[in-house]
Design a protein around this ligand. Structure first.
Ligand SMILES: Cc1ncc(COP(=O)(O)O)c(C=O)c1O
Length: 383
């Protein structure tokens, strides 16, 4: 957070209007321009965005949606809200993204005739293979809802379209501006779509299904009357949050550039270390590096991932593990019958991975310290 964020927030606090109003509208407009989307709708979080997207497409009990087990629970929990079954399909061992080949296998088998949509996650910000997923969606007449929680700013070359920002590809794309994301509004989310009817439906549903939001009712030309057009939710984004988001959005490319610089320094330093596996990035993409996920090669080490992470912590390097595959979690096993072992690629990544610190305000000295500490531990613990 810098002076621009402070200025935007103070201006909003002093304006006399703190909940959804002109700042949220401005944030929608500027975000739509940033990704090149026809419509952008600001919401309270990406979880709400995903819920609204699946709801707006009319999915419900008995429907299935194909997604990845290698994600945060929000991706699949929203399906539970609507009675949809998440059909997990294993991921690509390089990008950690939903594998188009495995998606095809799942659909060809004929076991999943109730699948209505694909819900890919652009893991760590690395865009999924959208050309192949679009082709599969066309073949099986499926919708595409993208979980772009990690992927604000990401882009990829698409057949016939050139470099294309995520947010303009699937039917609906859901972004997160949670505190740790590529840029943030503290809490917040956005849905983009080229479909005006879906956009209108979501705009109304995100605030109780009312035909007029409070800003429209209370401005000088407004009136007290409103109508409830549809089932609604309370997923609007406040102007205070939108103000932070606006200031951050204006610096989004600068923040992304700094994270890419850090990722490059990490990869250059770790590439030659035999016990480490650096993250893979395809050519022809713009990668926002929401996460930098390293993998250990356990055959070459005396300690496992858990101990490696503990030793890093002792030396002052905080890490995390992204992600714990959903099919290994109690809820997903109880609700849908998934079992450990169902998705070996996701499990192998999980068993060996951890995420290093990466954020735009990280100093060069801190980056150097992380590199030195990881390399020392790798050297000390080689078999
Ligand atoms: C892949 C993924 N999807 C969705 C979400 C939910 O985002 P939010 O916290 O904005 O609801 C997250 C949050 O970390 C995420 O990592």
């Amino acid at each position: 957070m810098g002076p621009e964020e402070e200025r935007e927030v103070v201006e909003t606090l002093r304006s006399g209007w703190i909940t959804t109003g002109p700042k949220a509208k401005q944030f929608e407009k500027e975000f739509a321009r940033y990704v090149g989307a026809r419509n952008a709708l600001a919401v309270a979080h990406c979880t709400g965005a995903l819920h609204l997207a699946l709801w707006a497409l009319g999915f419900g009990p008995g429907d299935e949606v194909i997604t990845t087990p290698f994600t945060f629970t929000a991706t699949a929990e929203v399906m539970g809200y609507l009675g949809i079954k998440p059909v997990f399909v294993d991921v690509d061992p390089g990008t950690f993204n939903l594998s188009p080949a495995r998606v095809e296998e799942a659909l060809e088998g004929g076991r999943h005739r109730r699948v209505r949509a694909l819900l890919p996650v652009h893991f760590a910000g690395h865009p999924c293979d959208m050309d192949r997923l679009l082709a599969i969606a066309r073949q099986y007449e499926l919708k595409i809802v993208e979980d772009a929680a990690h992927a604000a700013g990401a882009a990829r070359y698409l057949d016939g379209r050139g470099l294309t920002r995520i947010g303009t590809v699937g039917d609906l794309t859901c972004f997160s501006f949670y505190a740790t994301k590529n840029f943030t509004s503290a809490e917040g989310g956005m849905i983009t779509t080229a479909d005006d009817a879906l956009a209108e439906k979501i705009a109304v549903a995100s605030l109780h299904g009312m035909n007029k939001d409070a800003w429209k009712r209370y401005d000088t030309t407004g009136s007290w009357f409103y109508e409830i057009h549809d089932l609604g939710f309370k997923y609007n984004l406040s102007d205070v949050h939108a103000a932070i988001g606006l200031a951050q959005l204006r610096r989004a490319d600068q923040l992304m550039h700094r994270r890419a610089e850090i990722a490059n320094r990490y990869s250059s330093a770790f590439r030659a270390c035999e016990v480490l596996q650096i993250p893979y990035a395809e050519t022809g993409i713009e990668h926002p590096w929401h996460l930098y996920v390293l993998r250990l090669k356990p055959d070459l080490l005396r300690i496992g991932r858990g101990q490696f992470v503990e030793l890093l912590k002792e030396r002052g390097v905080g890490t995390s593990v992204h992600c714990i595959p959903l099919h290994t979690m109690h809820y997903y096993q109880r609700a849908y019958g998934y079992r450990n072992g169902d998705f070996p690629v996701a499990e192998d990544i999980y068993n060996r991975c951890f995420s290093l610190p990466i954020y735009a305000s990280m100093s060069d000295e801190d980056v150097a310290y992380v590199i030195e500490t990881v390399l020392s531990l790798a050297g000390e613990n080689r078999r």
